[in-house]
Design a protein around this ligand. Structure first.
Ligand SMILES: [Cu+2]
Length: 339
């Protein structure tokens, strides 16, 4: 009896805790409404920055590059060395091995079903052990696995290799339901990246559900260090063309290092089910030459490492207003989602 009561109380407690997220969720409903409002407020400030600070022309996306293609079955083309290596491992190592094993097992099955069916083989063999066969079917799979482990461990090590000192560091924060990007070494405070509404995406030539208002701008040919975290629930930062997918976990800093080969616009989506608008928080990365990256940093009121802050001061002054507006916008949004 006692045990039954305890069970009942536990069920009640579980029920209550299950209700709590629902209540929090209802409050968070206000967030999508807040997000476009912030974008509207930020827009005039951006225009002011364009007039005052040197202008930065954003690149247009190229169809089929850094985004899924219609009817595509395999991976996207890769634009980082780890991505190229991983794709090679998939295409040249894993896929042939999987195909051969599947065909071998299927062939053996069919042969046994036909050759040893009851009518063709009424008196089954009573053989139960064969040392040579047993050693072979243990050893061959072991050798196959060891063969796969060598490139696999190499890939794993390459993906999590610590970044060199001159890497460009960006702190990526996943929010319900948008992304925040901050460049601590360049003095660029966090700005928010929201999905463009369908009509706006069409107007700007951006792919639907993938275009954003503020892209993550990164230089090519320079190691990039992403520090990835979550502000509310677990999200996942993923850009398939870079072979990057890393969980954004609240209270934890995950790190990924990669170098982008080619300038372009590359898209991704949040890849961890994170709530209502999980499917509407895309990632857009604009990879530019290091010179253009430095130019972009200046338009954001930031500086390049080693650059004299005083020398960049006039530009920084002009750009200070939009930067401040962006920073003010972010905290205004955050309480709406988290409270
Ligand atoms: Cu998410």
């Amino acid at each position: 009896m006692h045990r039954r009561i305890t069970g009942f109380m536990m069920a009640m407690a579980l029920g209550a805790s299950a209700l709590a997220p629902v209540a929090a969720h209802a409050q968070a409903e206000a967030a999508p409404a807040a997000a476009p409002a912030t974008a509207d407020v930020a827009a005039p400030a951006d225009n002011a920055a364009a007039a005052a600070a040197p202008a930065f022309d954003h690149a247009a996306p190229v169809a089929g590059v850094g985004m899924p293609r219609p009817g595509e079955l395999s991976f996207q083309d890769q634009y980082t060395s780890t991505g190229e290596y991983a794709l090679w491992m998939h295409d040249a190592v894993l896929l042939p091995i999987i195909t051969i094993i599947c065909l071998l097992v299927l062939g053996l099955l069919l042969w046994i079903i036909v050759r040893y069916r009851r009518s063709a083989n009424p008196e089954p063999s009573r053989t139960s052990h064969n040392t040579l066969l047993e050693v072979a079917w243990t050893l061959i799979p072991v050798l196959i696995l060891v063969g796969i482990a060598v490139p696999s461990i190499k890939l794993l090590a390459a993906q999590f290799k610590p970044a060199p000192a001159h890497a460009v560091t960006v702190k990526v924060t996943g929010y319900q339901w948008y992304w925040g990007y901050e460049y601590p070494d360049n003095g660029i405070g966090e700005y928010v990246s929201n999905m463009l509404p369908a009509e706006e995406a069409l107007k700007r030539g951006e792919p639907r559900l993938l275009g954003v208002d503020n892209r993550l701008v990164l230089p090519v040919g320079v190691p990039i260090k992403l520090i990835i975290t979550g502000a509310d629930v677990i999200h996942s930062f993923s850009v398939p063309a870079f072979w990057v997918k890393e969980d954004a976990v609240p209270g934890r800093l995950n790190e990924r290092t990669f170098t982008i080969d080619k300038p372009g616009v590359y898209y991704g989506v949040c890849s961890e089910l994170c709530g209502d608008r999980h499917g509407f928080m895309p990632i857009a990365v604009e990879a530019v030459t290091p010179e253009r990256f430095a130019q972009w940093v200046r338009t954001q009121g930031g500086t390049m490492p080693g650059e004299d802050a005083a020398a960049a001061a006039p530009a920084a002054d002009n750009a200070a207003a939009p930067a401040a507006a962006d920073n003010a916008a972010a905290p205004a949004q955050a309480p709406a989602t988290s409270s």
